[in-house]
Ligand binder design. Structure first.
Ligand code: NAD
Length: 264
């Protein structure tokens, strides 16, 4: 097999057992990176998913089931990952959850969980990965934020706050690493048809008494002018670009892939 751009690199993708994280993990594996999977799911399905990636892309994979809302579990995962691979060269902070309700009805425990998983976990993985990245003088931190890191939508207070915060963290991390070959950037997807968005489609179908297909169209029509979902493969290609030498001077950006949502 000819040399690939990420041969010899280790990439941790949090929340990579599903959706966007899995798409990014597959794209990095296609470039030769050893993939550290993380996320919840059925043990046998995760084993199958890892075996498929190992076979298709001839890379090694590992898996840690750390709950990204728990600091001690993140610390244990990072310690074990660095002991196993020497460093985690690429960190993709992707694990995330959503909950939709008006502020006055928003359950406090949902607010806390969204802030912990969608924002604070990225602080922990970054602070724990940076010392080994600095030793190697190479690294990539990619924070999967959202269009909701750039603009708000009603009923998504915790998610919007966490994603705006994640873009702030991205900029600070980029500044603190600007004198090195470590970069930090954020990716801001619009609607991607993953389990996280399917829940919103289901809720809309039920609320409006319409079919699943009609609910998808109406969700997109409201916000995303292309009226097409962004795909995990497209987001994976962007993550690969951020890891390339060509992207070395891209630092602290919040790069949208939203079908025109924020051009309005
Ligand atoms: P998804 O539900 O398909 O996947 C979420 C992943 O995170 C899964 O692997 C899940 O197991 C993992 N996860 C959830 N809670 C966790 C926890 N406590 N600890 C460890 N892992 C946990 O969702 P997705 O749509 O692929 O979302 C991935 C990221 O992309 C999220 O940060 C989300 O906010 C962001 N995003 C999604 C969309 C979209 O339209 N789907 C748009 C913009 C941003």
């Amino acid at each position: 097999m000819s040399a690939r751009n990420l041969d010899g690199k280790t990439a941790l993708v949090t929340g990579s057992t599903s959706g966007i994280g899995l798409g990014i993990a597959r794209a990095l594996a296609a470039e030769g990176a050893h993939i550290i999977f993380n996320g919840f799911g059925d043990a046998a399905e995760i084993a199958n998913l890892r075996a498929a990636v190992e076979e298709e892309f001839s890379v090694k994979t590992s898996y840690f089931n750390a709950d990204m809302s728990q600091c001690d579990q993140i610390e244990a995962m990072m310690q074990a990952a660095i002991a196993e691979s020497g460093s985690v060269d690429i960190v993709v902070n992707n694990a995330g959850i959503q909950y939709v309700a008006p502020i006055e009805d928003f359950p406090v425990e949902k607010w806390d969980a969204i802030l912990a998983i969608n924002l604070t976990s990225a602080f922990h993985t970054s602070r724990l990965a940076l010392p080994a990245m600095r030793k190697k003088n190479w690294g990539r931190i990619i924070n999967v934020a959202s269009v909701h890191g750039l603009v708000a939508s009603a009923q998504k207070s915790a998610y919007v706050a966490a994603k705006h915060g994640l873009i702030g963290l991205t900029k600070t991390t980029a500044l603190e690493t600007a004198d090195s070959a470590i970069t930090c950037n954020a990716i801001c997807p619009g609607f991607v048809l993953t389990p996280l968005v399917q829940k919103q489609v289901d809720a809309r179908a039920e609320r409006d008494g319409i079919s699943n297909e009609e609910a998808k169209k109406s969700l997109l029509a409201e916000k995303q002018p292309s009226c097409e979902f962004v795909t995990p493969e497209q987001l994976g290609a962007l993550a690969v670009f951020f890891c390339s030498d060509a992207a070395t001077q891209i630092r602290g950006v919040a790069w949208n892939m939203v079908g025109g949502w924020v051009a309005q």
